[in-house]
Design a protein around this ligand. Sequence first.
Ligand SMILES: [Mg+2]
Length: 410
Amino acid sequence: MLLSDWPNAVAHVDADCFFAACEIARRPELRARPVCVMSSQDACIVAKTYDAKAAGIYTGMPVWEAKRLLPRAVYIPADFGYYGQMSDKLFAILARFSPEVEVYSIDEGFIGMNGIRSLWRKSYAEIADTIRAAVKSEAGITVSVGVSVTKTLAKIASDVHKPDGTTLVAGREILPFLGGIKVRSIPGIGANREALLNKFKIFTAADYAQADSALIRRLLGKAGTDLWHELRGTPLFSLELAPKLPKSVARTASLGQVTQDRNLIAAHLSHHTTRMATELATKRYLAQRLTVFLTLKSFASRAVETRFDDPTANVFTFSRAVRETFAQLYSPGEFYRGCGVIATEIRPAAERSLDLFGEVFDDDRKEKLMETVDALNKKYGNHTVSMLAAMSAMKKKTRSRFRLPMFEAE
Ligand SMILES: [Mg+2]
C-alpha cells in the first residue's frame, strides 16, 4: 500500500445522466420533471434522470412499461448528433485545465493532474470544483469528479458523490476508502467475477487490495493483478492521449456452404455492411475506403475497392457501394464460399470538416439511426434490428427476443 499522498495524480470526470442532462440543458422547463430519453422508434429507454431511476426505470426498459410506471415523466427521442456536440463542448472545457486529457467515452474523460497544482495555484480539490463549476456554467450540465493516484481509483471515486460532487482519494487514504466499496463497483468486475471473489471472502475493494496477489492471479489472471496494483496505488494504466485508430474495421465470414446463389451472397454482404457501419458509427470513426471481397470455392478471392470523396460512417453510402461492387464481382459461373467488407483509411469523426453543400443533415440523421440500432442490438442481442436486405441471411441463425420494426435501406 502507498505511504505517500500524491506520487501521481489523475482525475476522472463523468457527466451525470448525460443524455437526459443534455435535453434539460436545451429545455430548462424540463428541470422540474423526470426525463427519459428513448431509442429510435420509441422502443426502449436509453437514459433517464435520477428521479426517473428512483421510480424504477432502468436503461433498456421498454417505453410502454416506463410510461405505465411513471406517466408524468417527459419522454424524449434520442438525439445523438446533439449529444456528440455537447460531448465536444465538455472535452473542450476539460482541455483548458490540462494538456493531458483522455476521451474515455462520450461523457467520461481522464485528466492528467501532475504539475497542475502549481500551474493553477490551487489544491486538487479546488481544481476539481473549478472544473465542475465551469462545465455547469458553460455547458449547462453537471459532472462528478474523482481525483486519485491511479485511473482505477479515480474512476471509482467519481462515482461516490454523484451527482455534481468531488471525491479525493490521496495515497494514504486508499485503504479506508476502498473499505466502503463493493468489489462489484471496481471497473472490470462484473457479476460473475463478483460471485467468484465472494466465494473467497473478498467482498470489498479493500479485501481485494489486501488479498494475496497469487490468489488474485489464480482467480482473475493478469487483468486481475493489474487491477490489484491499481487499487493499491501503483499506476499501471497510463492516459491514452491520442486515440489509437484501427487500420481497418472488417466484417467477413464463410457463407456456410459453397454456393452460386446471388441473393444469398448479397444478403450476407448486406448483413456484414450493417455491422461494419454500426461499429464505425458507435466508435465515432469514419472510413474513406471500402473493399468488398468474395472467396471462391478454390479459396482464391476477388476484391473491388471503392474510395469515397469524403470519409463516412453512413450505412446507406456503404450499402450502395457494396451493391455496385458486388455486381462487378459476381460471376454466375463461379461457386463461392465466403464474403466480406473491409473499411480502411479510418479517421475520427470529430475531425470531419462539414461540407456546406453536402448531405450533412441527412448524414447526421443516418448516423443517429445507426447508433440507436446498435444500442438496441446490444441490449436485446445482435440482429434485433437490422437492414431488411440482411434478413434472409439471418433468418436461420437467430431468433429475436422482441419483434421490433425493421428498417429498410432506401
Ligand atoms: Mg456518465
